[in-house]
Design a protein around this ligand. Sequence first.
Ligand code: FES
Length: 561
Amino acid sequence: MTRGLRKGLTSYGDPGFSLFLRRAFIKAAGFSDDALDRPIVGITNTFSDFNPCHGNVPRLIEAVKRGVMLSGGLPMEFPTISIHESFANPTSMFLRNLMAMDTEEMIRAQPMDAVVLIGGCDKTVPAQLMAAVSADIPAIQLITGPMLAGRHRGEMLGACTDCRRLWGEHRAGAIDQDEIEVVSGRLAPTLGTCMVMGTASTMACLAEALGLALPGTGSIPATHADRIRAAEASGRRAVSLATGGPKPSDILTEAALRNAMVVLQAIGGSTNGLIHLAAIARRRGLRVDLDDFDRIGREVPVLLDLKPSGAHYMEHFHWAGGVPRLMRELRDELALDARTITGSTIGAVVDAAEDVPGQSIIKSRSTPLKASGAMAVLRGNLAPKGAVIKHSAASPTLIQHVGRAVVFDSVEDLTNRIDDPDLEVGASDVLVLRNAGPKGAPGMPEAGYLPIPKKLARSGVKDMVRISDARMSGTAFGTIVLHIAPEAAIGGPLGLVRTGDRIRLDVPERLLELLVDADELQTRAAEWRPPPHLTVEHRGYHGLYLRSVLQADEGCDFDGF
Ligand code: FES
């Protein structure tokens, strides 16, 4: 098999000349013939001044390089897109597929025998795993790692569950402007990713559960020395993979996918994790069956006492034994023979898990944090292709509820009217946001966490039933139905709801229904029109996105990828 610098020669019609030219150019950087004859390990550089979640990437690259060279390989760092949640307009989700394309094509275009993918912020790990599966050369996911938790007024807090909670208190008038400014300096006290069970932590755990990251490395805080050692170990392991595999296609099997779904339910994972998992699986020709996922959630309880479902933070999870220790509790639910990049199996990872005396973060199966899994899949006339609720973070009093719809036609409409003192809304109403799905917004913003209208928040209302075709941050909490598919902007039934209609949410029965008769809905459907931005052609990536993006149940990947 062609390896190293001889791989994927640029086409000049003369392979000998192509290699000669390639060697000539790379020697300009001072490489020796000995170095150039080694197995090559590519290392993605996703450092960006706009991305503090990846602020430790330069040190990780240095350590990966050390590991590669200690094992006799040649490390070659290369840049790719970097996406941070708060610095991505219109949304990071709009850009995830662009990053997957960039990463895949750069892996394919450049000569490397294995690749270490360094990432952490929400969309990065899914984009990198989608790319790795499609490019299908041996790959290791190296997570940048979570931040340490912060403190405010003696309370431990962190990004971004507490961002939302404290901002909600500020909106309700309980925290003044000066204090909220102080809080903004304490929520994210170190480099690294959000340290609650948001999307970044979820994807870090799933990378391990899929067998695509070294065991125990997903939860190491970004600033710990162990994080650097994990990078060195990833570099070492990549050299072995470079010469004998396995490749992502050998690892990402039905069994691995099921393991990831079990872990996603048990960690109280982000709803976004489900979309990303579907997209990664789809790259391998596999499908996340939402009904299977729901069934797993009925059997597998939430075991992890982490915000937003529980009380603690990722550093506590790490010291409690991390993903391997969690998976030991789930042993009977897992496919233990699933392979991992270690060359061994998930069963071996579980057997080697550390027992930490007295830890209380990872609960046992007999005393779980929540009796069932994190998420439920809802169906009904409002969501023919499914919707998701993270019921582990919902109010138990609202999971069976019938209420009057208060409809917002877009994110902009929501922004303009939610705090209008004249808005007719009560605590038992159901807030509806539409045209905020993959095509509608576009980019499926994390707008599904509709704020409680100020006048209700000030009277003490903390949660309401909220439904949308949008996403929400995995760090958020509340009785919130998301990812309604098909979305309103392509003619989904969510587009037919009118203020004053009755909506029924019944999580135990897995139902989301619009209580309007079918004839009336047919009349409304005949009058429905798509939003204006979908009636005109768009150029460039925006155009590609709008033409190609799939619905949430298919992972919002592009059609044809
Ligand atoms: Fe990067 Fe939360 S903003 S992980």
